[in-house]
Design a protein around this ligand. Structure first.
Ligand code: PDD
Length: 277
């Protein structure tokens, strides 16, 4: 396959990263995962704006404009003839002799992007998934889409070991988000998800769902909820670029209501599909 590295299209085998790249040594960088449907990026502008916001929050200077990046990424998709899949991209602070503090300004970021075939998760969308709850052990700037994913990795591994699809994280008694997704509950007609602050990543899928709720007169509150609220909810679902609107039918081995996919979740899934196709 063809990958994009520092502005050049090269065969994947030729893409090499230095052992003193700061992404490799410190997780010092940022990334995005963008959905590709029918050869087109979904919500590319929003993803690239979030990338730009992440880069500013940690002081990595990206030398491409959003429109330059869009053109490069569209060319990458075309070169790989990707129809349905994802595009992964990351910027690290660059390569420099190991030292925690930032390198001098002449050190340029390392930029890599590649595509991957990935079908829509139709079975999970239809039947729902099981999750467990775990303590959120991450730092307090989860709004930055940083390469430092150790807390997320450990949370996802716990889910895998429990035979579950995802871990729902909580801080004190509040649910924050999944290891790689945002979490939602529904009670009656009311939909609720954690507010976009420093304790969660403001998902692009999350933003789309909020837009769909507003456009369709659905009741929505952006406010943290407790583990108890999660356990008592009529419906629970998660959202992400790869998982779209995935129903959660069991939490810690206890079925959500009767363990069936809820009506509000189904309605949102329908609206979401209309938005992507
Ligand atoms: N994960 N929260 C976290 C911690 C995430 O890593 C993600 C996405 C989300 C959902 O964001 P979005 O809707 O923009 O995909 C929420 C990506 C897909 C990943 O790391 O693979």
């Amino acid at each position: 396959s063809t990958v994009l590295m520092n502005g050049e299209f090269i065969p994947r085998e030729e893409a090499k990263v230095d052992i003193e790249d700061r992404g490799y040594q410190f997780g010092d960088g940022i990334y995005e995962v963008i959905r590709v449907y029918n050869g087109k990026m979904f919500m590319a502008k929003e993803h690239l704006e979030r990338l730009s916001a992440s880069s500013e929050k940690i002081g990595i200077a990206i030398s491409y404009s959003i429109s330059e990046l869009t053109n490069l990424l569209e060319a990458l998709i075309a070169k790989n003839s990707l129809s349905t899949g994802i595009l992964y991209m990351q910027f690290t602070r660059g390569t420099s002799p190991r030292n925690h503090g930032f390198p001098t300004d002449d050190v340029t970021p390392t930029f890599v992007a590649y595509t991957k075939l990935l079908q829509r998760p139709l079975e999970n969308l239809e039947n729902g998934v099981s999750v467990i709850t775990v303590e959120d052990i991450r730092w307090s700037r989860c709004d930055i889409k940083s390469l430092n994913l150790l807390g997320n990795v450990i949370a996802k591994q716990k889910a895998a070991e429990a035979g579950c699809y995802e871990s729902i994280q909580y801080r004190e008694l509040s649910v924050t988000e999944g290891s790689s997704s945002n979490i939602w509950i529904v009670n009656g007609e009311k939909i609720q998800t954690h507010e976009a602050n420093q304790f969660i990543l403001n998902g692009i899928t999350r933003q789309k769902i909020i837009q769909l709720c507003n456009e369709n007169g659905m009741e929505l509150e952006e406010k943290a909820f407790s583990i108890e609220d999660l356990i008592d909810a009529d419906e629970v679902f998660l959202s992400s670029t790869t998982s779209e609107v995935t129903p959660i039918t069991s939490v810690n081995n206890v079925p959500v209501k009767e363990g069936k996919v809820g009506e509000v979740t189904k309605k949102l899934q329908g609206l979401f599909v209309d938005a992507i196709i």
